[in-house]
Ligand binder design. Structure first.
Ligand SMILES: O=P(O)(O)O[C@H]1O[C@H](CO)[C@@H](O)[C@H]1O
Ligand SMILES: Nc1nc2[nH]cnc2c(=O)[nH]1
Length: 275
């Protein structure tokens, strides 16, 4: 099953931030009545990377508005939009549909000095910077039917899938632009200042973006394996003399240029029977 992902709402709202288990179950059960397909892999597409959907054969597509309890729209939400908190929902529905592995792609700004635009970074770990201030998708009462109150995150990104992706990437001839590193999420939607980029670099961040981490936390909470890739669409500006300015058009453009390789890598790792 494949969906575009949502950016996270950076507001910390100390109230239950998700739909109940029964709501999620109702949505999953409805989907299961609409198709005979039983997905085992869930894919979340990042900015400019929606072409992954075209890889799927025997497609069954749903409009979000037709799916019970589903948020009406995803993508670039204003800061105050309370629906941003529904990021948890698709992951939990994946789980209740029988999905075992979640693949997430995103566009990100490179901070690692060795990275170039067009590099694909296998995410090996993350920093949930908004989480330091309480913005975590699991805030609120915990339903043990999804997962434990205090889930471990030191194994958030599946190591076997990372290794497989490295091997497959080498075989595909992607060695020059296939990297690995740490992704840091910020609330957005503004891009970073130069001082913020310098700070993130000091923290050991390799790439920065505005998505993915909340989905990963929820996916791991309910026990799914996670594999995630960042496409480096721009280089974060750390120099006051630089004329570079981050902008979303550049992000989408870079996404288009590397889309084919991203898609092939994802399908080879997660959907080997399709590649
Ligand atoms: O949506 P993803 O792929 O994370 O894209 C990234 O690029 C967008 C900014 O250009 C933001 O949405 C940021 O999170
Ligand atoms: N926060 C952030 N998100 C991005 N998405 C793509 N590029 C960037 C970036 O430089 N910063």
């Amino acid at each position: 099953m494949l969906i575009p992902h949502a950016n996270l709402c950076p507001f910390f709202v100390p109230t239950p931030s998700s739909l109940s288990y029964e709501d999620c179950k109702a949505t999953a059960d409805w989907l299961l009545t609409q198709t005979d397909m039983r997905p085992t892999v869930g894919i979340v597409c990042g900015s400019g990377l929606g072409g992954l959907a075209d890889l799927l054969k025997d497609q069954v597509a749903f409009n979000y508005k037709d799916i019970p309890n589903f948020p009406q729209s995803t993508g670039h939400r204003p800061l105050s939009d309370p629906e941003g908190k529904l990021i948890t929902l698709p992951m939990r529905i994946f789980k209740l549909l029988g999905v075992q592995t979640v693949v997430i792609t995103n566009a990100a700004g490179g901070l690692n000095q060795d990275f170039k635009v067009g590099d694909i970074m296998i995410i090996k770990d993350h920093i949930n910077l908004p989480g330091f201030a309480g913005n975590n998708p699991l805030v609120g009462p915990n339903d043990e039917r999804f997962g434990v109150r205090f889930p471990c995150m030191s194994d958030a990104y599946d190591r076997d899938l990372q290794q497989l992706a490295m091997e497959v990437g080498q075989e595909l001839g992607y060695g020059d632009f296939l990297k690995e590193g740490v992704y840091c999420v910020l609330g957005g939607p503004s891009f970073e200042t130069i001082a913020e980029c310098r700070m993130l670099h000091l923290l050991g961040v390799d790439a920065v973006g505005m998505s993915t981490v909340h989905e990963v936390i929820v996916a791991r909470h309910c026990g799914m394996r996670v594999f995630a890739l960042s496409l480096i669409t721009n280089l974060a500006v750390t120099d006051y003399d630089s004329e570079e300015k981050a902008n979303h058009e550049e992000v989408l453009q870079a996404g288009k240029q590397r889309a084919e390789q991203m898609e092939r890598l994802v399908s080879s790792v997660a959907l080997p029977e399709r590649s």
